[in-house]
Design a binder for this molecule. Structure first.
Ligand SMILES: Cc1cc2nc3c(=O)[nH]c(=O)nc-3n(C[C@H](O)[C@H](O)[C@H](O)COP(=O)(O)OP(=O)(O)OC[C@H]3O[C@@H](n4cnc5c(N)ncnc54)[C@H](O)[C@@H]3O)c2cc1C
Length: 414
């Protein structure tokens, strides 16, 4: 267990002890999880966000897959290492939230990657070779917070959760409602998904009711305002504002590149008499296009398109058409579902698909901690990022987050 409770001893660059009254800018998954962990460690915490109903937050829009293993792509070693490490934080973190707020974990049985044509199956094979040849990067042995790791059903050995190829017959037995179009499939047992909206609600509730965190609906325009008295005189500041982080970092002389990566998502409600949704999270490749189906108690979440257009949250006909066409190829029963919601959001992307996590001595008189830039995997990275941010607040580093130091950014200090 990473014990923070007796280590509130951070010092600024001149060796002066930093205090424990902190402000967090951004009240979505990363900001609220950091608030919860910091308050539990003894900090007095205030969170600022213009919408604590998450109107602009990627965290409200997301799919909620904890794709620590199945997001892997050949060559992205650090991303796989961090994703797998993040998975190890989830059982303890999610388990504690679930105790008061059941319904956060949605699919517990694992993820199935499926491919439809030769090119899709080749992509699956590349992922399979990469993941199975690099077990040292993702071995999920050990526990965090004293909780059991995610396990394959019926197994006590984390190694049984490894990725394996499925025959067509095995795929049909596991997910009979999937179409016969799938020509290749991989199963990663133990990789879960969560309901990101339930997660946000649970985090907010626990912050307010259990840990006495102050939540303020207010936009912060300049990080200096949190230390110079304009908004407050906080001892330390955590920047966790997703796509708002780049502009805020510039107010304290930092170049923190964030690429907004648009994604469209559909929410479809199950109706009596229609085919049951899959039990596993299904990550499809359909003629080269990615498409995922994430089970929810009320039906299915379908995602997600990916474009880099800047600050564009409009839902396009083409995006929805592609998602529905590709889903129908994988799961024909989808046409009988109720189309409940269509939404677009912006993933806050970094320069290299790793988040920015750590203290920045050079800004705000050494009082700034950054926790942002989580791109496609911010839900997966939530518990690890919160622990890393609190480690920075107490003047230490979380070894698992070493590769996320924002100082890797070229020309970071302007
Ligand atoms: C379509 C889509 C699908 C996704 N699917 C997944 C998935 O399956 N699995 C996964 O792990 N991740 C997924 N993600 C990514 C994940 O949602 C993000 O990485 C994560 O939400 C980042 O969290 P965050 O708290 O840093 O930012 P956000 O959730 O974007 O929140 C940022 C918050 O900062 C606030 N803010 C901004 N500017 C200011 C300011 N000036 N002052 C105060 N507050 C401010 C905003 O109001 C907002 O509430 C998906 C994202 C999208 C868009």
């Amino acid at each position: 267990m990473y014990d923070l409770s007796s280590r509130i001893a951070a010092t600024d660059s001149s060796g002066k002890k930093l205090g424990t009254n902190i402000a967090i800018v951004g009240g979505s998954v990363i900001g609220l999880a950091t608030a919860l962990k910091a308050a539990a460690a003894g900090f007095t915490v205030t969170v600022y966000d213009p919408s604590l109903a998450w109107a602009e937050a990627a965290g409200w829009c997301a799919g909620g897959m904890l794709g620590g293993i199945t997001e892997a792509w050949p060559g992205e070693d650090e991303q796989l290492r961090l994703g797998a490490a993040s998975l190890r934080h989830w059982p303890g973190f999610g388990g504690k939230l679930e105790a008061n707020h059941p319904g956060i974990f949605t699919s517990n049985v694992g993820t199935i990657n499926v491919g439809v044509d030769d090119g899709d199956v080749q992509d699956l094979n590349r992922v399979y070779e990469y993941v199975t040849n690099n077990e040292h990067l993702w071995d999920r042995g050990g526990t965090i917070d004293g909780a059991e790791p995610f396990l394959a059903p019926g197994s006590n050995d984390p190694k049984d959760s490894r990725m394996r190829k499925l025959t067509r017959r095995e795929l049909r037995a596991l997910e009979p409602a999937l179409s016969r179009a799938a020509r290749g499939a991989l199963l990663t047992e133990g990789e879960r998904s969560v309901d990101n909206r339930e997660l946000l609600v649970a985090l907010k509730e626990q912050c307010e009711n259990t840990y006495g965190v102050t939540l303020v609906e207010r936009e912060i325009e300049d990080l200096n305002h949190l230390v110079d008295g304009t908004v407050g005189t906080y001892d330390q500041v955590v920047l966790a504002a997703g796509n708002g982080s780049q502009d805020l970092a510039a107010t304290v002389g930092l170049n923190l590149p964030i690429r907004p990566i648009k994604g469209e998502v559909l929410r479809l409600r199950f109706r009596p008499g229609v085919p049951e949704p899959p039990r596993h999270t299904i990550r499809g490749r359909v003629h080269g296009r990615p498409c995922y189906l994430v089970p929810r108690p009320w039906g299915l979440l379908i995602g997600a398109t990916e474009y880099e257009h800047g600050d564009d949250r409009e839902v396009t006909v083409q995006g929805v058409l592609h998602l529905l066409q590709d889903t129908e190829v994988l799961f024909p029963g989808v046409t009988e579902y109720e189309l409940r919601e269509i939404i677009a959001g912006l993933r806050p992307g970094s320069i290299d698909n790793l988040p920015y996590l750590g203290r920045v001595e050079e800004a705000l008189d050494g009082r700034l901690v950054i926790a942002t830039g989580h791109g496609r995997n911010g839900i997966l990275h939530t518990p690890l990022s919160a622990v890393a941010a609190v480690a920075a607040l107490v003047g230490t580093e979380l070894p698992e987050a070493k590769s996320c130091d924002p100082h890797r950014i070229p020309d970071f200090i302007m």
